[in-house]
Write a protein that binds this ligand. Sequence first.
Ligand code: ZN
Length: 335
Amino acid sequence: MNYSGWKNYHAHIDKGFLIPPRKYVDAPAPKRAEWTRKAKKEMTIFEIKESATKALEKMYLYGTTYVRTHVDIDPLFELRALEALLELKEEWKDRLVLDLIAFNQEGFDRFPETEYMLKEALEMGVSGIGGHTSMDNKGKEHIDKIMNLAEEYDVDWIEFHTDETGRVDDFHLPYLAQVTKERELKDKVSAIHCCSLTNVDDKIAQETIEAVAESGMTVTTCPTAIATRSLTRVKDLAKAGVTIQLGSDNLRDFFNPLGSGNMLQYAQLLAYVSRFYEADELEQLLMWISRTPNNQRVQSELTKVTLDLQYDCKSFSELIAEAPAPAPLKIEVVK
Ligand SMILES: [Zn+2]
């Protein structure tokens, strides 16, 4: 079997590979968020680059040619993570396409100045902007602010960590679908996680799924999130015609001390959790991690980094069951 390169639609390589040197302790989430904030304050551009390089090396060894990563923009990281990743994007451009999303991880309530910092980031050459619907008291206002910035700077991607708490009273996906439709942004918009969709009533879920499909937005699921929250209703979304994308999410940090960067392994985890066991379902999973984004710039950049991934597997199920590395790829690290 051969493929031309896997696509990782959601990662956080700016704050990955913190462990080691830092140590993972399975403390409550707010504590681990506090440790992450501390690390963000401490990390130099050099350290961010070094950690992010480890993540990209793993992803590339497993045959990934497209990585869309969020980059935190806030008074903790300031613009250091973005500066580091912009350098990496250039250094890696002959091997993979790295799309950077300027991300408001911490919320406008905690750090109002983030709005101005995001503007600076948008001037520096990112491909998209990212928000977090559960981070501020008023989720709708958060969405509007991010959407306004996205349109002002005409970015390729507008992404939201959506309803990550999984709580039914924290359910902004219907509003996101509505705004996406009104602004005709279609598949520029991605909703990541969508945990609450799993926990609302079936009738509300179905209506929301139809609205998401009608808006044309995509949904990104990150199977490792199962460690702390529900995955979304992936099969129902796909059945309604919603484009599904997969991401590694965090790798080796205070939220996920594991994380291989191997897209086949993430597909395998989703197969287990959501029971993608039939041959056509397994084929669908492989399609989701190999499909190119609907964007001419990305498609043209991807033609320059196409791989010829060779696997000694006879079926889709064997490929996902074993999640092997492809025949070795050569890595030249640019200094
Ligand atoms: Zn994320």
